[in-house]
Design a binder for this molecule. Structure first.
Ligand code: MSP
Length: 648
């Protein structure tokens, strides 16, 4: 199969921000997903370089428009690889081939009588580069740019858009997937209930020269949309390039809701006039907002993708944007939200699953994926089921641009696999030689989960997927992690594969609240070495004294050995906020068996430094002797309770 996916071509009056980056990341993710499905993919983006706004921006910098557009276009082009985004075509509307084709199309439509000359008065918004209708205004202002449009009267050329109105309505009705999500299809259909006006497609050169001249009247240049939309054709070699027909037959456009009308109304009617079938799908997403306001250059609240990559890493940014935005709706951008997603979804859930599972494979199976036994253990069956459901949800949701739902489903598998470890207790199986077969099956199943996760996450987090593939001993090019048809089923991991040790996938961002910040009731200050001071003669404490101790149930969400120490483990626990606790239990517990445990903890101890790490609490454990050796056994609660529950 073939896929052709486009982003809008971005105006070069400003440098790229998170809004542009998001659309381009989505298109890249979709391209990678379709390649994973075995498709041949053409992914196109580019820059829109004509028009008033651009001429004005160049003027402000004191340079000519061509010099200006060359510079900003290069900034866009060079930004995408920084996000691991690799378009196949980068089109510019100043490319000579594009200009020639736009003129040929204008001449063709003019010759067939669909372009005519007339006088027009209207409300023109410079920001939108189009005339607005009275209905669109909010308090007299353009809703997007919050300034009143200008009343303009001039003679111009018009495209007979109204002629195609009914055909467009019929097309939308007979092609339910033409505009998605549905809310935007409804919005377009409701707009089409009113008579469609013809589209003014020219600007006199007395007002604007930075544009493509009309071939049939040199005193006019073409209106930006009639120029810009045609990029989707010129980029694939319209009219007679060898690949044109193949790609156009499957064209899918991706935009935000700001440019819905040009794409859902102007463009299909233009295509009808040119004699081409409309594209097959238009995918419309919402805005990235900051404090409920659209992120945009004119408002001055932009976040730069390069800065986010430097701070959080490429894959975290890609994952965050795709997971956080419900496709079609607006989303709010915030640094806390990225940190939370990174720590919770990436470091705790995915990162831990990977490190615990591979650590156990290394320890209990010499780093070799073991041969599983036939099993009807319900834990195995459930794991297989969750994985299989995930695979089919993944195909469906990613095909339909519901990336947030696909990722949720992937995280259900991650979460189930983490529980699978706790329930199977491989560390217990490992000390019982008669349980070797069971241990091998559990380890195999974990390796298989990691392989499937590598496969499905590769379009979203390409760098992480390469690391995971290497860690699993498969290598990045392997079809088992690079092709959904060849690798997208349970049980394909070849037993005998040797794993490789790799670094942690997602180091946590540590922003831990101290006990002082959180706990209102501090224990009374006690002088060191004088603990008897508050006790009575028999060594008893009062209830009031006991009450000063804040005991909580803590859930261990991450664990690692402290460098240069045989005794200490560094734990990240939830109580329910996250804290670091350093515990002297490394001789008795491995990091892998700690994750997922519920333990008891003194939560209002003053922070203490241990081997350079600040510990914010102390775990309770019983001291006992086993075979003449001292052993610590952690205290825990019998039933499942919420992390952070008070113990009294
Ligand atoms: N040049 C036109 C498009 C012509 S396509 C034939 C244009 N350019 S633009 O630079 O303004 O880009 C608009 C697009 O950038 C949006 O449709 C969206 O893809 C992306 N975004 C810009 N700001 C955005 C947000 N705040 N949030 C989400 N996406 C945003 O319009």
């Amino acid at each position: 199969m073939t896929t052709y996916i486009t982003t809008p071509i971005y105006y070069v009056n400003a440098e790229p921000h998170l809004g542009h980056a998001f659309t381009t990341i989505v298109a890249d993710t979709y391209s990678r997903f379709r390649r994973l499905c075995g498709d041949e993919v053409r992914f196109q983006t580019g820059t829109d370089e004509h028009g008033d706004k651009i001429a004005e921006a160049a003027g402000k910098e004191g340079v000519g428009p061509k010099e200006y557009v060359d510079r900003i276009s290069a900034v866009f082009r060079n930004t995408w690889p920084l996000l691991q985004v690799f378009p196949d075509t980068f089109i510019r509307t100043t490319d000579s081939e594009h200009i020639k084709t736009v003129q040929d199309i204008l001449q063709y439509v003019y010759d067939q009588g669909d372009i005519y000359f007339d006088e027009y008065s209207g409300l023109y918004c410079k920001g939108c580069e189009r005339f607005l209708t009275e209905k669109e205004l909010v308090d007299g202002n353009c809703p997007d740019h919050q300034v009143p449009p200008k009343e303009i009267t001039e003679q111009n050329y018009f495209f007979r858009m109204s002629k195609y109105q009914q055909r467009l309505i019929d097309y939308i009705h007979t092609h339910p997937e033409f505009i998605t999500p549905e809310r935007y299809r409804n919005e377009v259909l409701s707009f089409l209930q009113e008579p469609l006006e013809d589209l003014c497609i020219s600007r006199p050169t007395s007002r604007l020269t930075w544009g493509i001249r009309l071939p049939f009247d040199q005193s006019f240049v073409t209106y930006v949309w009639f120029d810009a939309l045609i990029n989707y054709l010129t980029g694939i070699g319209y009219p007679d390039g060898p690949d044109f027909a193949r790609y156009w037959a499957v064209a899918e456009h991706l935009i935000a809701k700001d440019i819905l009308k040009p794409h859902a109304i102007y463009w299909p009617t233009m295509l009808m006039a040119i004699g081409l079938t409309p594209f097959i799908r238009l995918h419309v997403h919402g805005y990235w907002n900051i404090d409920d306001t659209k992120m945009s250059k004119s408002i001055g609240n932009v976040v730069r993708p390069g800065e986010l990559v430097a701070e959080y890493g490429i894959d975290t940014l890609r994952y965050f944007t795709l997971r956080e935005m419900s496709f079609g709706l607006d989303a709010s951008f915030g640094h806390e939200a990225i940190v939370a997603r990174k720590n919770s979804d990436l470091a705790n859930d995915l990162g831990n699953l990977f490190s615990r599972s591979t650590a156990m494979l290394l320890k209990y199976s010499n780093g070799v994926v073991p041969q599983p036994s036939d099993s009807d253990d319900p834990l195995d069956e459930d794991l297989r089921l969750v994985a299989t459901v995930m695979l089919s949800r993944y195909r469906e949701t990613f095909t339909n641009f519901q990336f947030h739902l696909g990722l949720q489903s992937i995280w259900e598998l991650i979460s189930y696999a983490n529980k699978y470890i706790v329930r199977n207790e491989p560390w217990v199986l490992a000390v019982a030689p008669e349980k070797k077969d069971r241990l091998d099956t559990v380890l195999y199943n974990l390796a298989e989960c990691l392989r499937l996760l590598t496969l499905v996450l590769s379009p979203v987090m390409p760098e992480t997927a390469v690391k995971m593939a290497v860690g699993l001993g498969l290598g990045a090019g392997n079809a088992l992690v690079g092709n959904l048809d060849q690798g997208g089923a349970w049980g394909l991991f070849p037993a005998g594969t040797c794993l490789q040790k790799i670094e942690a996938l997602f180091p946590r961002i540590e922003k831990i609240k101290t006990v002082e910040d959180k706990s209102p009731s501090q224990p009374k200050k006690q002088k060191k070495g004088n603990v008897q001071e508050n006790k009575d003669e028999e060594g008893l404490i009062t209830f009031e004294q006991f009450r000063t101790v804040d005991l909580r149930v803590a859930e261990v969400v991450a664990a690692e050995r402290l460098k240069n120490s045989d005794k200490l483990l560094k734990l990240t626990v939830k109580v329910p906020e996250e804290r670091i606790v350093v515990a002297g239990i490394a001789e008795f517990y491995t990091p892998e068996e700690m994750v997922g445990r519920l333990v008891l903890m003194v939560a209002n101890l003053k922070p203490a430094q241990l081997m350079g790490v600040t510990s914010h609490g102390m775990l309770l454990a019983a001291k006992t002797e086993v075979d003449g050796k001292q052993r610590l056994v952690l205290s825990t609660v019998g039933d499942r309770v919420e992390a952070g529950s008070k113990v009294s």
